[in-house]
Design a protein around this ligand. Structure first.
Ligand code: ZN
Length: 569
């Protein structure tokens, strides 16, 4: 490939909107370009990377016996309605209708449709287990698309679906996909760790995410240094000490005058007590508008994802002032005693006497004790933080790291089969539901995560397996007849040895050419120059190392082909 004809232009500076190092490099190195918010076009260099990433995913799916197929992007509303997801997914999906008014969703995922096919194609237990997958565009109407391909509104996803006769079979399929994911990410140069995750909109109980730790990520992951506990904060828990009350009877609640003191910080200052001495009561509305109160210790924050899961809702919002009156309270002085709404008590609240709002203007109560003075459903809805005790080993102190979710796997069992009446004939002749799982990897996000984690101050440093080309041959100067003819001969020899070469035949200075080579990040840089040719040599430099090597021109193609063959595949 001649660089002079390449469709795509490198940029000296990243546009101001670029949010992360990988996002900046993606734009500067002409990997992809935005078409609208969250919508990207792969330019030829990026397209080559995406296709290599896709091929690695494909090979690892094929290795575990999964079969590739393809389902459409437009998916009919009536099938989504069978599982209730037509309404549940409304806030984050694109919809359309045909000229007869029949409604469709731009596919968000394909559980419903693959179950529809399984009902038709898999009729007997003799046909199980099965895993099928496809690469297909997905639409997500993200309110805040972020950092280029990390959170886009349209992207290609590999989604795989397993069908088993029972739970044991499902566990085997899940383990096979888990192993395939470990190999897939390692092969594309990503150091992905498997963490426990929330099942979110997918349903079911068991789920893992594959997370690559990087500051560019928006997920927060709790990691125990002492055992193997790793969890997304949307799911993470912690070990709590149980407070043991003293032998003496605790005094009853009594009022304290707290004029205009409506926040924990203000109470802390005026009453000279630590935040842990207070109860924080939040009045919230779920997606249907139902009011709910959540009681937490004063030093703890709510984790919205955990609360949404507890409430089975897609959204929680703060209540308005009018809601406080209907809950029997006043804004700024809300507390758990005597509230007239469903009350959830976070499990971090222990048996100690707390200071809490009195549901009366300018008043708080001291000696408010859980169980004695107020009741509520015990839930886990608080945000785990740095230094909390690991819930598994109970001694390790959790650290919190940022990560990008590059893959996820869900074992949802009969969740979809039950709703869609998807059954097969079991060995005993009865109709049984399929046990299912789904397994996703976003191609674009994987490509950008590679850039987030493989770069230096000069540009991208592609892992060889996914690099757009394997060698970048630079001719200097290109208008020297001898240089050009020898460079072109070498390109020809390399291509015949199946080495992918980007040939920089542009009439540009050495400075511009080397800067672009570093920015684009192809693993091997070969320089054919008038100076090197005096010794009949070619300069060979690896993008990931500073050292250069001079190789006799006569053996260069053979030597480079040997290096390329030695790379991991
Ligand atoms: Zn631990």
């Amino acid at each position: 490939m001649r660089q002079s004809t390449l469709f795509g232009r490198t940029l000296r500076e990243a546009p101001a909107e670029a949010q992360t190092p990988g996002h900046r490099l993606m734009l500067r190195a002409a990997i992809a370009r935005p078409l609208a918010a969250g919508l990207y076009t792969w330019l030829p260099l990026g397209f080559r990377v995406a296709k290599k990433v896709e091929q690695i995913i494909r090979e690892e799916q094929d290795r575990i016996g999964a079969q590739e197929m393809e389902m459409p992007v437009l998916t009919p509303a009536e099938t989504w309605k069978e599982t209730g997801r037509w309404d549940a997914l409304e806030p984050i999906t694109f919809r359309t209708a045909d000229h007869n008014g029949r409604e469709f969703m731009v596919s968000y995922t394909h559980e419903e449709f693959v179950h529809l096919h399984a009902k038709q194609e898999l009729q007997s237990y003799r046909q199980l287990p099965q895993i099928v997958y496809h690469f297909q565009s997905k639409g997500r109407d993200e309110a805040r698309p972020r950092a280029g391909l990390l959170r886009a509104r349209e992207f290609v996803m590999k989604d795989a679906y397993s069908f088993d006769a029972d739970q044991t079979g499902l566990e085997k399929s899940y383990a096979a996909e888990h192993g395939a994911y470990e190999r897939t990410f390692a092969r594309m140069g990503l150091d992905a760790i498997s963490v426990e995750s929330d099942t979110g909109a997918m349903g079911g109980d068991v789920a893992h995410e594959f997370q690559v730790l990087t500051e560019a990520g928006e997920d927060r992951i709790a990691i125990c240094p002492n055992c193997d506990y790793k969890a997304n904060l949307e799911k993470a828990s912690r070990s709590t000490d149980t407070y043991i009350a003293g032998a003496t009877e605790l005094p009853r609640p009594s009022e304290i005058a707290t004029p205009s003191t409506t926040t924990i910080e203000a109470l802390e200052a005026s009453l000279k007590q630590p935040t842990t001495a207070f109860l924080k009561t939040l009045l919230l509305r779920d997606a249907k508008g139902t009011l709910v109160a959540v009681v937490l210790p004063g030093d703890r924050d709510i984790n919205e994802a955990k609360l949404r899961k507890v409430l089975g809702t897609s959204e929680v919002k703060f209540a308005n002032d009018g809601d406080f009156a209907s809950a029997g309270s006043v804004p700024g002085f809300i507390g758990p005693i005597g509230l007239r709404v469903r009350t959830l008590v976070d499990r971090s609240v222990d048996g100690r006497p707390y200071i809490a709002g009195a549901n009366k203007r300018d008043t708080h109560l001291r000696n408010v004790v859980k169980g004695r003075d107020f009741q509520g459903e015990q839930v886990d809805a608080h945000d785990v933080r740095e230094g909390d005790l690991c819930p598994r080993c109970t001694v390790g102190k959790l650290s919190i790291k940022r990560g990008v979710e590059v893959g996820n796997i869900f074992a949802y069992g009969t969740y979809y089969s039950d709703k869609m009446n998807a059954t097969f004939v079991a060995e005993d002749g009865t109709a049984k539901p399929f046990f299912g799982g789904s397994y996703g990897i976003g191609v674009g996000r994987a490509v950008q995560t590679i850039m987030e984690t493989h770069h230096d101050e000069k540009g991208i440093v592609w892992p060889p397996q996914v690099a757009p080309f394997q060698a970048h041959l630079i001719a200097l100067p290109v208008n020297d007849e001898d240089v050009r003819s020898k460079a072109e001969k070498l390109v020809d020899e390399l291509e015949r040895a199946r080495v992918e070469v980007l040939y920089d035949d542009r009439d540009e200075s050495a400075g511009v050419k080397f800067a672009d080579a570093d920015l684009i990040g192809i693993p091997l840089r070969l320089t054919v120059s008038a100076r090197n040719l005096k010794q009949s040599q070619v300069e060979v430099k690896s993008r990931s190392a500073a050292a250069m090597e001079m190789v006799p021109l006569a053996f260069a193609a053979e030597k480079i082909a040997g290096i390329v063959r030695s790379w991991p595949r």
